[in-house]
Design a protein around this ligand. Structure first.
Ligand code: HEM
Length: 251
């Protein structure tokens, strides 16, 4: 009985929280009840007097945002999003007319996560009314190759995020302070970098592979032999705190 209840709950959960386009296998049937609109038609939904309504599109998915008229209607701070797909502006924050495009091919994988969070926001707060024929959906409502590439890049973003979170747990950031008279100091504590743990660790320089970027991290084992981890010059191996001079910071 409990098993049936769990399955039913999972189906309900998925149907509410997983946006349709993430499930490409059910996409075609699901979209049968949804409208397919082209970009010319979408311009008639900009909320201006005499318009057909107030819609916006994100990654080719169209939402009725009439409920948020104070944001998207004429005079609202986000009116520029109405009647079009301005996906890129959700990432760049550049709301100039010339920069409003649905082309997000320049967006790095990690930032695509933010874009999909916006998509999830619209699914939660507004009614999904259909799909925009164009860059992301074909005339028959199928995802385009471009959308599949964006989804693959999103998956890469999730992988990178998980990797960076795992690294942050292994090498939490140090505490740091700078004073004009005494110079800089980095030190470790059981909460440094916002990572609560049982060990304190010792400060080390962590080099990003393939880049010259360096940051201070706490390493549990003073004898850590990771090739990207380097001791601070002049600081004892097992010291929990290191004083920095400009030379050791930059070289
Ligand atoms: C990439 C940059 C940004 C984007 C894409 C963005 C987008 C949005 C959107 C779409 C809404 C309406 C949400 C809804 O439908 O309820 C909103 C609301 C709002 N945004 Fe932004 N925003 C950005 C940056 C900012 C910044 C920098 C500020 C403040 C300095 C700001 C302040 C607000 C406020 C106050 C609201 C209204 C909240 C409410 O009344 O419910 N936004 N934003």
């Amino acid at each position: 009985m409990l098993g049936y209840a769990l399955v039913a709950f999972s189906v309900l959960f998925a149907s509410i929280f997983i946006p349709r386009q993430w499930s490409t296998t059910t996409f075609v049937n699901e979209s049968a009840n949804r409208r397919l609109i082209n970009s010319d038609e979408l311009t008639f939904y900009d909320g201006k007097q005499g318009s057909k309504g107030l819609y916006l599109a994100l990654l080719g998915q169209i939402f009725d945002v009439n409920k948020g008229e104070k944001h998207y209607g004429p005079g609202g701070a986000y009116h520029f999003m109405a009647g079009k797909d301005a996906s890129l502006s959700f990432i760049t924050g550049d709301f100039r007319e010339s920069e409003l495009t649905d082309d997000v091919s320049s967006v790095p994988p990690l930032q695509l996560i933010t874009l999909y969070e916006w998509l999830s926001f619209y699914h939660r707060h507004y009614k999904h009314v259909g799909f925009l024929i164009g860059r992301y959906y074909t005339e028959s409502g199928e995802p385009t190759e471009t959308l599949l590439q964006i989804q693959a890049s999103l998956a890469e973003g999730h992988r990178l995020k998980a990797q960076s979170e795992a690294e942050k747990t292994r090498f939490p950031p140090c505490n740091s302070e700078w004073s004009g008279s005494t110079g800089g100091r980095v030190w470790c504590s059981t909460k440094s970098g916002g990572v609560e743990r049982k060990w304190t660790g010792v400060p080390r320089q962590l080099y990003a592979p393939g880049s010259t970027a360096v940051r201070c991290v706490c390493v549990e084992n003073p004898f850590e032999d990771d090739p990207n981890v380097k001791k601070y010059a002049g600081c004892p191996s097992s010291s929990e705190s290191c004083l920095l001079d400009l030379i050791s910071v930059f070289f």
